[in-house]
Ligand binder design. Structure first.
Ligand code: NAG
Ligand code: NAG
Ligand code: NAG
Ligand code: NAG
Ligand code: NAG
Ligand code: NAG
Ligand code: NAG
Ligand code: NAG
Ligand code: NAG
Ligand code: NAG
Ligand code: NAG
Length: 855
């Protein structure tokens, strides 16, 4: 069967096609056998939502309960807003949702201990009581109840739930022109052409998703902010967005450009201590609150990556943060101030220079200088959302300052939504890390909850790339990251796998087969991605100077960005020790610093983060040399990714069996299949590039002889070419044998032919390596003895959301595979490419693969 025709097969199940718009809030009908358990909930129950105002989250909760129970159970329940009204009906069952205040429920339970946004959910037979500490909490409780019902759980519960922290925000990086920085899912749902869009339907739908995972704030625009957001028209537009999201309890905030008083306001300065500047921000803030009385506050990126800030005027970063804090204080707002401040012009020849030191260097001495409504927002690691980092040591240095962690749902450096990477286990590795401040237990999550240092304001910020793509993130599978983020912000002690299982049941199906498949591939996805990108703490070895997507390990060194690997022909890794290196290890409290100071006590997964060692250094864990581990991990990781595709494809159930793809609609099944097919191919590009690069650098052979050895490949440049010419690829390691072929300048059609005389007759998979660049949609066809084998178009840019390259490189390299092709010795394999625009139908190789072999 041809991989690309799978999408044309109709599944023989009554599953409705879905596009992912409802995410995990689908309220799909329960299978009959589970519905039987619903008998405790009479079909004549009455929903009572104790608020009649349509914009109230309590009112919304009533509507949501009505829609959810209709979808899941098929019950059409009446909705009232008055307890007495229900008393006058004959229904014995009441589903009540409201605030504690509205219900006048004083104590009785532990309910009085609820924190802001918390809820009490009590289910006893047909009686369901959902009481929020505030309106938002009531809505969260309703979503919790609906989640139970949608999973077929009708048990009695008595749940008192409060958030770990008050700040549970998402950060959108949307630009006013409608593009999204690190957005891999289409254009902005908020902005277009410098203004707020008219139709805010998607904004309200997004708020619904956010409320269901208990997110209470959203920063709408890019941290690299545009001052024109603060024009009167745009502030009116922000007011409309706030109105659309308020019924879901989501408060809006914005990112600021520090220089706005000058660039927008026409002042001579933006010095944070200048009275005219203070006055300007005070006025602007008042104008915002006039339009948005519950405006959440500001997010500020200052003096980072070229952004203006207080250092421009020799003021401290705290002076800068406090400027905004004073402006929002009378209105109850907060200021999130990013700690992502560093010099991106470091001298790579300076052995002691280290970007990882920056956050502590810039912020440590400012502890206690920030006003109480400032929260310093700290990326989870010291560099920038890499596949593996130790926690930022800054978490240990701000006992007198509010802190929040910045996590990234958007997969910059992490496959850009074209690779499945379930991130909750990565986040957990940070949240559960004990920093041992003052020798006391100091889990990162207990610093974030405010408990460790006794802070009242603290929490979580997640960078999200939501766009106009109906599935929100550009990948159905990536939605597990958003789901897990919200739930971990609420309760960081939760288990990532349990969250994933809940998400899977709500998103796809209650089928045990689907559950175990999605769980096993998602749980393996971060370790696999780490394996085939950058392991042992080397960071994601992507192209840091271009799109942060495909492999380019050489881009890490010899530039000012400080994401160095310090790899040469003998050694690899950053020396971050105190004794001989950058001193970064010493930024941790003593117990942790001592552990990271020596290779013998540093965990293998962070070895090259902290130490500069020979390739022949042996690991603590498996005793392998660093270089052999690197080879093995890349082969293992890429192999794991082939398994993702196979596991998902096995859910297809051609004979109409009960459990498989029949439990998932064809539309989403095919979308995921397509993405995992792409990932399987691109994982091989990663494997070959990274293993090849370090092989070429160290000249240490792979013990298993795999690196650089491709016995089943026929290099395109070695085929008989007509209309095609060979070209070198940069970086060379991203093409098989460093060379590809493209249709010659001025030509349109190319042909590459090989006689398969070295292949025994049999059944093979045929894989074709090619490049899909931005700027054209080339057509390809492959033939065996002139019989069509497969046809495809270089149109990945229309089907995947990652940033596309215009060149032949690690971002554009990809491959198609045709399974189960009968070949006779001496058959003629021909590939025809038709160039289109800038895409010159580039081809890399053809592989004739015996069953089970991936070359
Ligand atoms: C009902 O909702 C509105 C809007 O959220 C709110 O202002 C009001 O206080 C609520 N009433 C009660 C009784 O909770
Ligand atoms: C509810 O009913 C009681 C008794 O019938 C009455 O005293 C009370 O005013 C009613 N409350 C509302 C909010 O209608
Ligand atoms: C309640 O039931 C009684 C008799 O069973 C009936 O007369 C009455 O109309 C019902 N009331 C409502 C509001 O359904
Ligand atoms: C709660 O008490 C207030 C007055 O304190 C009253 O107006 C309201 O109707 C009561 N609500 C309920 C559900 O009894
Ligand atoms: C109420 O609090 C007590 C003691 O703090 C605890 O043992 C009990 O489990 C709590 N009940 C609920 C329903 O949370
Ligand atoms: C800011 O937005 C305005 C209006 O869309 C646009 O003209 C301008 O180029 C933007 N500035 C930057 C630095 O992006
Ligand atoms: C900046 O401020 C510091 C401390 O107040 C002072 O020592 C230094 O001279 C100032 N530098 C400039 C360029 O004003
Ligand atoms: C110590 O640092 C120097 C660079 O200053 C480096 O060349 C050397 O390899 C390091 N020594 C060890 C033992 O890591
Ligand atoms: C990652 O690589 C290691 C080392 O080869 C291997 O033991 C492990 O199973 C791999 N894990 C995955 C998920 O590929
Ligand atoms: C191997 O390294 C040499 C320089 O040392 C370079 O010219 C060549 O392109 C590299 N080959 C690959 C495949 O990277
Ligand atoms: C690799 O490319 C070189 C030219 O750059 C060529 O001489 C050599 O035959 C190629 N190797 C293979 C295995 O195709």
């Amino acid at each position: 069967m041809l991989w690309y025709t799978w999408g044309l097969l109709a599944l023989s199940f009554g599953v409705v096609a879905e596009n992912g718009l409802n995410g995990w809030l689908r309220y799909a009908p329960l299978p009959d056998e589970l519905r039987q358990h619903a008998s405790s909930l009479p079909s004549r129950a009455v929903i009572v939502a104790l608020n009649e105002t349509e914009t109230s989250p309590v009112y919304v909760a009533g509507k949501e309960l009505q829609a959810g129970l209709k979808g899941v159970l098929g019950y059409t329940l009446s909705l009232s807003h008055n307890l007495n009204l229900s008393a006058s009906t004959n229904s014995s069952a009441i589903i009540l949702v409201g605030t504690l205040a509205a219900y006048n429920l004083s104590v009785k339970h532990n309910v009085s201990t609820l924190a802001a946004d918390g809820f009490w959910l009590n289910v006893k037979g047909g009686q369901v009581t959902i009481l929020g500490q505030n309106e938002r909490g009531a809505l969260y409780g309703a979503f919790e109840y609906l989640s139970m019902i949608a999973q077929g759980d009708f048990s009695d519960v008595d749940l008192v739930s409060s958030p770990s922290a008050p700040i549970r925000w998402v950060n959108e990086w949307d630009n006013l022109d409608g593009t999204i920085e690190r957005g891999y899912a289409g254009a902005s749902i908020f902005f277009r052409n410098g203004a707020v869009v008219e139709d805010l339907t998607r904004a309200a739908q997004y708020a619904r998703l956010l409320a269901s995972i208990r997110i209470n704030g959203i920063v709408l625009n890019n941290v690299n902010a545009n001052a024109t957001l603060l024009t009167a028209e745009n502030m009116d537009g922000l007011g409309r967005i706030a109105d659309a999201m308020r019924p879901y309890g989501v408060q809006v905030g914005i990112s600021l450009n520090f220089a706005s008083p000058q660039t927008l306001g026409g002042l001579a300065t933006f010095d944070p201590l200048d009275p005219s500047v203070v006055g300007w921000w005070t006025d602007k803030t008042a104008q915002l609150y006039q339009r948005i009385p519950d405006f959440a506050g500001y997010l500020v990126k200052a003096n980072s990556e070229g952004q203006p800030g207080p250092l421009t005027y020799n003021r401290t970063l705290a002076d800068g943060a406090n400027l905004f804090a004073r402006a929002v204080l009378p209105h109850g707002g907060v200021v999130m101030f990013r700690a992502f401040v560093y010099n991106n012009h470091l001298d790579p020849s300076d052995w002691k220079a280290d970007r990882a030191n920056a956050a502590v260097d810039f912020f440590q001495h400012l502890d206690g200088h920030f006003l109480d409504n400032v929260v310093v927002q700290i990326k989870y690691g010291p560099i920038d959302f890499q596949v593996r980092e130790p926690p930022s040591p800054l978490f240990a240095h701000l006992p007198h300052t509010n802190a929040a962690i910045e996590l990234q749902i958007s997969q910059e450096y992490l496959g850009q939504q074209s690779h499945l990477v379930y991130l909750a286990p990565l986040w957990k590795s940070i949240l559960d890390f004990d920093l041992c401040v003052d020798g006391q237990p100091s889990l990162v999550r207990s610093i974030l909850s405010g408990a460790r240092f006794g802070r009242k304001l603290s929490g979580y910020a997640g960078v999200v790339n939501v766009g106009t793509n109906p599935n929100w993130l550009g990948s159905h599978m990536a939605m597990s990251n958003l789901f897990a983020f919200g739930h971990l912000a609420w309760d960081p002690t939760q288990n990532p796998q349990t969250l994933l299982e809940t998400w899977t049941r709500l998103t796809f199906s209650l089928s045990p087969t689907v559950l175990s498949t999605v769980t096993s591939i998602s749980m393996a996805s971060w370790p696999a991605y780490e394996n085939y990108t950058g392991n042992l703490g080397m960071q994601t070895l992507t192209d840091i100077l271009y799109t942060h997507f495909g492999p380019n390990p050489a881009s890490h060194d010899n530039n000012g960005w400080g994401q160095w690997t310090r790899a040469d022909s003998t050694f690899i890794g950053m020396d971050r020790t105190v004794s001989n290196g950058t001193g970064f290890a010493g930024q941790y409290p003593p117990d942790i610093a001592a552990q990271f100071e020596a290779p013998a006590t540093t965990p293998d997964e962070l070895l090259l983060w902290f130490h500069h060692v020979p390739y022949t250094h042996r690991l603590r864990g498996d005793g392998k040399t660093v270089i052999q581990h690197l080879y093995d991990a890349h082969y293992a990781g890429a192999q794991t990714a082939q398994g993702f595709l196979a596991a998902w494809a096995a859910l297809r159930d051609d004979d109409g069996g009960a459990a498989g793809a029949g439990a998932i609609d064809a539309e989403r099944f095919d979308d995921v299949l397509f993405q995992l097919t792409y990932q399987a191919g691109h994982a091989l590009v990663w494997r070959d590039a990274i293993a090849g690069f370090y092989h070429n650098l160290s000249w240490i052979a792979d013990e298993h002889g795999r690196v650089g050895y491709h016995p089943h490949r026929i290099e395109a440049e070695n085929m008989v070419l007509r209309g095609y010419v060979a070209v070198g690829v940069t970086p060379a390691v991203t093409a098989s044998n460093g060379t590809a072929i493209v249709v010659a300048d001025g030509g349109v059609r190319g042909e590459a032919v090989a006689v398969l005389d070295g292949v025994a007759s049999g059944v093979y998979d045929i894989a074709i390596g090619y490049f899909d660049v931005f700027g054209g949609r080339a057509h390809y066809g492959a033939f065996i003895n002139d019989e069509p084998l497969v046809e495809w178009i270089g149109d990945l840019e229309d089907r995947l959301g990652h940033v596309f390259s215009t060149k032949l490189d690690g971002h554009s390299a990809t491959r198609v595979t045709v399974k189960g092709v009968g070949i006779e010795r001496g058959d003629v394999l021909k590939v025809i490419g038709i160039a289109d625009g800038g895409e010159r139908a580039p081809l890399d190789y053809v592989a004739v693969l015996p069953a089970g072999v991936v070359d």
